[in-house]
Design a protein around this ligand. Structure first.
Ligand code: NAD
Ligand code: DAU
Length: 340
Protein backbone atom coordinates (compact mmCIF):
# COMPACT_ATOMS: atom_id res chain seq x y z
CA UNK A 1 0.00 0.00 0.00
CA UNK A 2 1.72 3.19 -1.21
CA UNK A 3 0.57 6.33 0.58
CA UNK A 4 1.31 9.94 -0.29
CA UNK A 5 1.54 12.11 2.82
CA UNK A 6 1.78 15.82 2.08
CA UNK A 7 3.14 18.28 4.64
CA UNK A 8 4.78 15.37 6.43
CA UNK A 9 7.73 17.44 7.63
CA UNK A 10 5.45 19.57 9.82
CA UNK A 11 4.16 18.94 13.32
CA UNK A 12 1.21 16.59 12.83
CA UNK A 13 2.38 15.06 9.53
CA UNK A 14 5.70 13.91 11.03
CA UNK A 15 3.98 12.40 14.06
CA UNK A 16 1.52 10.67 11.70
CA UNK A 17 4.25 9.21 9.48
CA UNK A 18 6.10 7.75 12.50
CA UNK A 19 2.89 6.29 13.92
CA UNK A 20 1.66 4.86 10.62
CA UNK A 21 5.01 3.20 9.82
CA UNK A 22 5.06 1.62 13.28
CA UNK A 23 1.51 0.24 12.90
CA UNK A 24 1.65 -0.92 9.24
CA UNK A 25 4.68 -3.03 8.36
CA UNK A 26 3.59 -3.39 4.71
CA UNK A 27 3.07 0.30 3.88
CA UNK A 28 5.23 2.61 1.79
CA UNK A 29 5.10 6.35 2.51
CA UNK A 30 6.14 9.17 0.20
CA UNK A 31 6.34 12.52 2.00
CA UNK A 32 5.85 15.56 -0.27
CA UNK A 33 6.69 18.78 1.55
CA UNK A 34 7.72 22.24 0.41
CA UNK A 35 9.74 22.83 3.60
CA UNK A 36 8.29 26.22 4.43
CA UNK A 37 9.40 27.84 7.69
CA UNK A 38 7.23 25.22 9.46
CA UNK A 39 8.66 22.16 7.70
CA UNK A 40 11.64 20.53 9.40
CA UNK A 41 13.31 17.28 8.36
CA UNK A 42 14.74 16.98 11.90
CA UNK A 43 11.21 15.86 12.83
CA UNK A 44 11.78 12.66 10.82
CA UNK A 45 15.45 11.83 11.54
CA UNK A 46 14.50 8.53 13.17
CA UNK A 47 12.67 7.24 10.08
CA UNK A 48 14.70 8.80 7.25
CA UNK A 49 16.63 5.55 6.63
CA UNK A 50 13.57 3.32 6.79
CA UNK A 51 13.33 1.71 3.30
CA UNK A 52 9.53 2.17 3.41
CA UNK A 53 9.90 5.97 3.65
CA UNK A 54 11.00 8.54 1.07
CA UNK A 55 10.99 12.33 0.93
CA UNK A 56 10.33 14.64 -2.04
CA UNK A 57 10.76 18.38 -1.68
CA UNK A 58 7.96 20.08 -3.59
CA UNK A 59 4.86 22.25 -3.55
CA UNK A 60 1.34 20.79 -3.62
CA UNK A 61 0.39 23.68 -5.94
CA UNK A 62 2.86 22.42 -8.56
CA UNK A 63 0.90 20.02 -10.79
CA UNK A 64 4.07 18.57 -12.42
CA UNK A 65 5.62 17.52 -9.10
CA UNK A 66 2.27 16.31 -7.78
CA UNK A 67 1.67 14.26 -10.97
CA UNK A 68 5.10 12.62 -10.59
CA UNK A 69 4.71 11.64 -6.95
CA UNK A 70 1.16 10.34 -7.49
CA UNK A 71 2.41 7.37 -9.59
CA UNK A 72 1.31 4.12 -7.94
CA UNK A 73 -0.22 5.89 -4.92
CA UNK A 74 -3.34 4.26 -3.44
CA UNK A 75 -4.09 6.70 -0.60
CA UNK A 76 -3.39 10.40 -0.02
CA UNK A 77 -3.36 12.14 3.37
CA UNK A 78 -3.16 15.90 2.90
CA UNK A 79 -1.62 17.72 5.87
CA UNK A 80 0.14 20.38 3.77
CA UNK A 81 -1.16 23.82 4.70
CA UNK A 82 -0.37 27.22 6.04
CA UNK A 83 -1.58 26.76 9.59
CA UNK A 84 -1.08 29.74 11.90
CA UNK A 85 -4.10 31.98 12.49
CA UNK A 86 -2.03 35.05 13.47
CA UNK A 87 -0.01 34.84 10.24
CA UNK A 88 -3.24 34.53 8.23
CA UNK A 89 -4.48 37.74 9.83
CA UNK A 90 -1.23 39.45 8.76
CA UNK A 91 -1.36 38.14 5.16
CA UNK A 92 -4.01 35.68 3.92
CA UNK A 93 -2.63 35.16 0.39
CA UNK A 94 -0.41 32.12 1.07
CA UNK A 95 -3.30 30.49 2.91
CA UNK A 96 -5.63 30.81 -0.07
CA UNK A 97 -2.95 29.39 -2.36
CA UNK A 98 -1.94 26.28 -0.41
CA UNK A 99 -5.08 25.56 1.62
CA UNK A 100 -7.49 25.89 -1.33
CA UNK A 101 -5.65 25.82 -4.66
CA UNK A 102 -3.17 23.18 -3.42
CA UNK A 103 -6.06 20.91 -2.46
CA UNK A 104 -7.44 21.31 -5.99
CA UNK A 105 -4.11 20.29 -7.57
CA UNK A 106 -3.90 17.22 -5.33
CA UNK A 107 -7.51 16.20 -6.01
CA UNK A 108 -7.07 16.45 -9.78
CA UNK A 109 -3.92 14.33 -9.80
CA UNK A 110 -5.34 11.81 -7.33
CA UNK A 111 -8.49 11.36 -9.40
CA UNK A 112 -6.49 10.96 -12.60
CA UNK A 113 -4.31 8.28 -10.98
CA UNK A 114 -7.22 6.30 -9.53
CA UNK A 115 -6.36 6.93 -5.87
CA UNK A 116 -8.64 4.82 -3.67
CA UNK A 117 -8.77 7.03 -0.54
CA UNK A 118 -8.14 10.76 -0.15
CA UNK A 119 -8.07 12.06 3.42
CA UNK A 120 -8.29 15.85 3.72
CA UNK A 121 -7.03 17.03 7.11
CA UNK A 122 -9.23 19.91 8.20
CA UNK A 123 -9.89 21.69 11.47
CA UNK A 124 -12.57 22.32 14.09
CA UNK A 125 -12.04 26.03 13.32
CA UNK A 126 -14.36 25.69 10.32
CA UNK A 127 -17.33 25.61 12.77
CA UNK A 128 -16.31 28.88 14.37
CA UNK A 129 -17.26 29.78 17.93
CA UNK A 130 -19.65 27.84 20.12
CA UNK A 131 -21.08 28.87 23.45
CA UNK A 132 -23.31 25.82 23.70
CA UNK A 133 -23.11 22.12 23.02
CA UNK A 134 -20.09 20.74 21.11
CA UNK A 135 -20.61 20.74 17.34
CA UNK A 136 -21.39 17.51 15.53
CA UNK A 137 -20.29 17.05 11.92
CA UNK A 138 -23.60 18.26 10.50
CA UNK A 139 -23.39 21.69 12.17
CA UNK A 140 -23.06 24.57 9.68
CA UNK A 141 -19.64 26.03 8.94
CA UNK A 142 -18.89 29.51 10.23
CA UNK A 143 -15.17 30.17 9.71
CA UNK A 144 -14.16 33.59 11.03
CA UNK A 145 -10.50 34.15 10.15
CA UNK A 146 -8.57 33.81 6.86
CA UNK A 147 -6.96 30.53 7.96
CA UNK A 148 -10.23 28.80 8.87
CA UNK A 149 -12.00 30.27 5.81
CA UNK A 150 -9.24 28.82 3.59
CA UNK A 151 -9.47 25.44 5.31
CA UNK A 152 -13.26 25.49 4.86
CA UNK A 153 -12.73 26.25 1.14
CA UNK A 154 -10.29 23.36 0.80
CA UNK A 155 -12.55 20.84 2.45
CA UNK A 156 -15.66 22.01 0.58
CA UNK A 157 -13.79 21.52 -2.67
CA UNK A 158 -12.62 18.08 -1.54
CA UNK A 159 -16.17 17.11 -0.62
CA UNK A 160 -17.43 18.34 -3.98
CA UNK A 161 -15.16 15.74 -5.65
CA UNK A 162 -17.09 13.07 -3.74
CA UNK A 163 -20.54 14.39 -4.68
CA UNK A 164 -19.62 15.29 -8.28
CA UNK A 165 -17.24 12.51 -9.31
CA UNK A 166 -17.83 9.87 -6.63
CA UNK A 167 -14.16 10.31 -5.73
CA UNK A 168 -13.48 8.67 -2.31
CA UNK A 169 -12.75 11.72 -0.16
CA UNK A 170 -12.83 11.57 3.65
CA UNK A 171 -12.52 14.66 5.83
CA UNK A 172 -11.24 15.02 9.39
CA UNK A 173 -11.73 18.08 11.59
CA UNK A 174 -9.19 18.07 14.38
CA UNK A 175 -9.08 20.13 17.58
CA UNK A 176 -5.99 22.01 18.88
CA UNK A 177 -3.06 19.61 18.84
CA UNK A 178 -0.24 19.58 21.38
CA UNK A 179 2.89 17.45 21.52
CA UNK A 180 6.42 16.99 20.16
CA UNK A 181 7.75 19.00 17.18
CA UNK A 182 5.13 21.77 17.15
CA UNK A 183 6.55 25.00 15.72
CA UNK A 184 6.94 27.47 18.60
CA UNK A 185 4.57 30.07 17.12
CA UNK A 186 1.65 27.97 18.47
CA UNK A 187 0.65 28.78 22.01
CA UNK A 188 1.87 25.76 24.00
CA UNK A 189 5.41 25.52 22.61
CA UNK A 190 5.63 29.34 22.62
CA UNK A 191 4.59 29.66 26.27
CA UNK A 192 6.72 26.68 27.36
CA UNK A 193 9.90 27.79 25.64
CA UNK A 194 9.40 31.44 26.70
CA UNK A 195 8.93 30.31 30.31
CA UNK A 196 12.07 28.15 30.17
CA UNK A 197 13.92 31.29 29.00
CA UNK A 198 12.24 33.47 31.69
CA UNK A 199 10.52 35.52 28.95
CA UNK A 200 6.92 36.81 29.19
CA UNK A 201 3.97 34.67 28.11
CA UNK A 202 1.87 36.99 25.86
CA UNK A 203 -1.69 35.96 26.72
CA UNK A 204 -4.27 37.41 24.32
CA UNK A 205 -7.01 39.47 25.99
CA UNK A 206 -8.58 38.03 29.13
CA UNK A 207 -7.19 34.52 28.60
CA UNK A 208 -10.69 33.16 29.25
CA UNK A 209 -10.79 31.66 25.75
CA UNK A 210 -11.14 27.90 25.63
CA UNK A 211 -9.61 25.24 23.43
CA UNK A 212 -9.76 21.41 23.29
CA UNK A 213 -6.07 20.57 23.77
CA UNK A 214 -5.83 17.15 22.13
CA UNK A 215 -2.54 15.24 22.09
CA UNK A 216 -1.10 14.90 18.59
CA UNK A 217 -0.83 11.11 18.96
CA UNK A 218 -4.56 10.94 19.70
CA UNK A 219 -5.22 13.06 16.61
CA UNK A 220 -3.02 10.72 14.56
CA UNK A 221 -4.75 7.54 15.77
CA UNK A 222 -8.05 9.25 14.87
CA UNK A 223 -6.81 9.92 11.34
CA UNK A 224 -5.58 6.31 11.12
CA UNK A 225 -9.07 5.09 12.16
CA UNK A 226 -10.66 7.22 9.44
CA UNK A 227 -8.17 5.97 6.84
CA UNK A 228 -8.72 2.35 7.77
CA UNK A 229 -12.46 2.33 8.54
CA UNK A 230 -14.06 5.66 7.60
CA UNK A 231 -16.83 5.94 5.06
CA UNK A 232 -16.03 7.76 1.78
CA UNK A 233 -17.84 11.10 1.63
CA UNK A 234 -18.03 11.35 5.42
CA UNK A 235 -16.53 13.92 7.80
CA UNK A 236 -15.16 13.03 11.25
CA UNK A 237 -14.44 15.32 14.20
CA UNK A 238 -11.26 14.45 16.15
CA UNK A 239 -11.17 16.03 19.58
CA UNK A 240 -10.50 14.45 22.97
CA UNK A 241 -12.83 16.89 24.76
CA UNK A 242 -9.85 18.28 26.71
CA UNK A 243 -11.35 21.70 27.34
CA UNK A 244 -9.11 24.22 29.05
CA UNK A 245 -9.05 28.00 29.30
CA UNK A 246 -5.88 29.67 28.04
CA UNK A 247 -5.20 31.28 31.40
CA UNK A 248 -5.40 27.88 33.13
CA UNK A 249 -3.12 26.36 30.47
CA UNK A 250 -0.56 29.15 31.02
CA UNK A 251 -0.67 28.67 34.82
CA UNK A 252 -0.30 24.89 34.42
CA UNK A 253 2.83 25.34 32.28
CA UNK A 254 4.39 27.76 34.77
CA UNK A 255 3.58 25.49 37.72
CA UNK A 256 5.18 22.51 35.97
CA UNK A 257 8.31 24.54 35.21
CA UNK A 258 8.50 26.13 38.67
CA UNK A 259 8.23 29.65 37.18
CA UNK A 260 6.30 32.64 38.61
CA UNK A 261 2.81 33.60 37.38
CA UNK A 262 4.13 37.15 36.90
CA UNK A 263 5.52 35.92 33.57
CA UNK A 264 1.95 36.02 32.20
CA UNK A 265 1.40 39.34 30.39
CA UNK A 266 -2.10 40.11 29.11
CA UNK A 267 -1.57 41.68 25.69
CA UNK A 268 -3.89 43.14 23.05
CA UNK A 269 -6.26 40.43 21.85
CA UNK A 270 -6.07 38.60 18.50
CA UNK A 271 -8.35 40.25 15.92
CA UNK A 272 -11.62 38.30 15.63
CA UNK A 273 -10.42 35.87 18.31
CA UNK A 274 -12.69 32.80 18.43
CA UNK A 275 -13.67 32.49 22.08
CA UNK A 276 -14.39 28.78 22.33
CA UNK A 277 -14.10 25.69 20.15
CA UNK A 278 -15.88 22.47 21.07
CA UNK A 279 -16.56 19.40 18.95
CA UNK A 280 -18.36 16.11 19.50
CA UNK A 281 -16.34 13.08 18.36
CA UNK A 282 -19.02 10.41 18.92
CA UNK A 283 -18.94 9.45 15.23
CA UNK A 284 -15.20 8.69 15.35
CA UNK A 285 -15.55 6.82 18.66
CA UNK A 286 -18.02 4.54 16.88
CA UNK A 287 -15.09 3.46 14.67
CA UNK A 288 -13.26 2.36 17.82
CA UNK A 289 -11.22 5.51 18.54
CA UNK A 290 -10.39 6.42 22.13
CA UNK A 291 -8.03 9.24 23.11
CA UNK A 292 -5.38 8.33 25.65
CA UNK A 293 -4.47 11.78 27.06
CA UNK A 294 -6.70 14.01 29.20
CA UNK A 295 -6.26 17.80 29.13
CA UNK A 296 -3.61 18.06 31.83
CA UNK A 297 -1.81 14.93 30.60
CA UNK A 298 -1.66 16.26 27.03
CA UNK A 299 -0.33 19.70 28.01
CA UNK A 300 2.18 18.38 30.55
CA UNK A 301 3.55 15.69 28.27
CA UNK A 302 4.15 18.39 25.63
CA UNK A 303 5.81 20.69 28.19
CA UNK A 304 8.18 17.88 29.25
CA UNK A 305 9.13 17.22 25.62
CA UNK A 306 10.25 20.85 25.12
CA UNK A 307 12.17 20.74 28.41
CA UNK A 308 13.98 17.61 27.21
CA UNK A 309 14.58 18.79 23.63
CA UNK A 310 16.13 22.29 23.63
CA UNK A 311 18.30 21.15 20.71
CA UNK A 312 15.12 21.00 18.61
CA UNK A 313 13.56 24.38 19.42
CA UNK A 314 16.50 26.64 20.22
CA UNK A 315 17.77 26.81 16.60
CA UNK A 316 14.19 27.50 15.40
CA UNK A 317 13.79 30.48 17.75
CA UNK A 318 16.27 32.54 15.73
CA UNK A 319 16.34 34.24 12.30
CA UNK A 320 12.87 34.32 10.67
CA UNK A 321 11.22 33.44 13.96
CA UNK A 322 12.66 36.48 15.76
CA UNK A 323 11.46 38.78 12.99
CA UNK A 324 8.00 37.26 13.23
CA UNK A 325 8.04 37.48 17.04
CA UNK A 326 8.96 41.16 17.03
CA UNK A 327 6.24 41.96 14.50
CA UNK A 328 3.58 39.94 16.32
CA UNK A 329 4.46 40.76 19.94
CA UNK A 330 6.90 43.71 20.10
CA UNK A 331 4.29 46.49 20.28
CA UNK A 332 1.79 44.33 22.17
CA UNK A 333 4.29 43.58 24.94
CA UNK A 334 5.56 47.14 25.10
CA UNK A 335 2.02 48.50 25.48
CA UNK A 336 1.25 45.92 28.15
CA UNK A 337 4.37 46.84 30.08
CA UNK A 338 6.08 43.47 29.45
CA UNK A 339 9.50 43.21 27.84
CA UNK A 340 10.22 41.49 24.53
P1 NAD B 1 2.61 22.78 10.35
O1 NAD B 1 2.53 24.22 10.04
O2 NAD B 1 3.42 22.31 11.50
O3 NAD B 1 3.13 21.97 9.06
C1 NAD B 1 2.66 22.24 7.77
C2 NAD B 1 3.56 21.49 6.81
O4 NAD B 1 3.07 21.69 5.48
C3 NAD B 1 5.02 21.98 6.82
O5 NAD B 1 5.91 20.89 6.83
C4 NAD B 1 5.14 22.78 5.54
O6 NAD B 1 6.46 22.79 5.00
C5 NAD B 1 4.17 22.03 4.63
N1 NAD B 1 3.65 22.87 3.55
C6 NAD B 1 3.12 24.13 3.65
N2 NAD B 1 2.76 24.57 2.43
C7 NAD B 1 3.06 23.59 1.55
C8 NAD B 1 2.91 23.45 0.15
N3 NAD B 1 2.40 24.43 -0.60
N4 NAD B 1 3.31 22.28 -0.43
C9 NAD B 1 3.85 21.29 0.32
N5 NAD B 1 4.03 21.37 1.64
C10 NAD B 1 3.63 22.51 2.26
O7 NAD B 1 1.11 22.30 10.48
P2 NAD B 1 0.42 21.23 11.45
O8 NAD B 1 0.07 21.90 12.72
O9 NAD B 1 1.21 19.99 11.44
O10 NAD B 1 -0.96 20.99 10.66
C11 NAD B 1 -1.06 19.98 9.66
C12 NAD B 1 -2.47 19.96 9.12
O11 NAD B 1 -3.40 19.71 10.18
C13 NAD B 1 -2.91 21.27 8.48
O12 NAD B 1 -3.70 20.96 7.35
C14 NAD B 1 -3.76 21.94 9.55
O13 NAD B 1 -4.72 22.79 8.97
C15 NAD B 1 -4.38 20.73 10.20
N6 NAD B 1 -4.77 20.88 11.61
C16 NAD B 1 -3.87 21.36 12.52
C17 NAD B 1 -4.22 21.42 13.87
C18 NAD B 1 -3.26 21.91 14.93
O14 NAD B 1 -3.65 22.08 16.08
N7 NAD B 1 -1.99 22.13 14.63
C19 NAD B 1 -5.51 21.01 14.26
C20 NAD B 1 -6.40 20.55 13.29
C21 NAD B 1 -6.02 20.48 11.97
O1 DAU C 1 -8.42 24.29 16.54
C1 DAU C 1 -7.53 23.76 15.62
C2 DAU C 1 -6.53 24.81 15.23
O2 DAU C 1 -5.69 25.00 16.37
C3 DAU C 1 -5.68 24.44 14.03
O3 DAU C 1 -6.50 24.29 12.91
C4 DAU C 1 -4.61 25.51 13.78
O4 DAU C 1 -3.77 25.12 12.71
C5 DAU C 1 -3.79 25.67 15.03
O5 DAU C 1 -2.86 26.71 14.86
C6 DAU C 1 -4.69 25.97 16.23
O6 DAU C 1 -5.29 27.29 16.11
P1 DAU C 1 -5.40 28.28 17.35
O7 DAU C 1 -5.50 29.65 16.86
O8 DAU C 1 -6.47 27.83 18.29
O9 DAU C 1 -3.97 27.97 18.06
P2 DAU C 1 -2.90 28.95 18.71
O10 DAU C 1 -1.87 28.07 19.32
O11 DAU C 1 -2.46 30.01 17.79
O12 DAU C 1 -3.74 29.64 19.88
C7 DAU C 1 -4.38 28.86 20.88
C8 DAU C 1 -5.08 29.82 21.85
O13 DAU C 1 -4.07 30.58 22.54
C9 DAU C 1 -5.97 30.82 21.16
O14 DAU C 1 -7.11 31.07 21.99
C10 DAU C 1 -5.11 32.08 21.07
C11 DAU C 1 -4.25 31.99 22.33
N1 DAU C 1 -2.90 32.59 22.20
C12 DAU C 1 -2.13 32.19 21.14
C13 DAU C 1 -0.87 32.72 20.96
C14 DAU C 1 -0.01 32.28 19.79
C15 DAU C 1 -2.45 33.51 23.13
O15 DAU C 1 -3.15 33.83 24.10
N2 DAU C 1 -1.20 34.02 22.95
C16 DAU C 1 -0.39 33.68 21.89
O16 DAU C 1 0.74 34.22 21.82
Amino acid sequence: MKILVTGGAGFIGSNFIRLYLSHHSDCEIVNLDKLTYAGNLENLRDVENDPRYSFVKGDICDSDVVGDVMQGVRAVVNFAAETHVDRSIGDPSGFLRTDIFGVHVLLEAAREHGVERFVQISTDEVYGVTTGEPFTEDAPMNPRNPYSASKAGGELLAHSYFTTYGFPVLITRGANNVGPNQYPEKVIPLFTTNAIEDKPLPLYGSGEQERDYTHVLDHCTGIECVMDGGEPGATYNIGAGNHMKNIDMARLILRELGKPEELIVHVEDREGHDFRYAIDSTKLRALGWEPSFDAEGAVLSAVRWYVENPGWWQPIKSGEFLEYYEKQYGKRLEEAGGTG
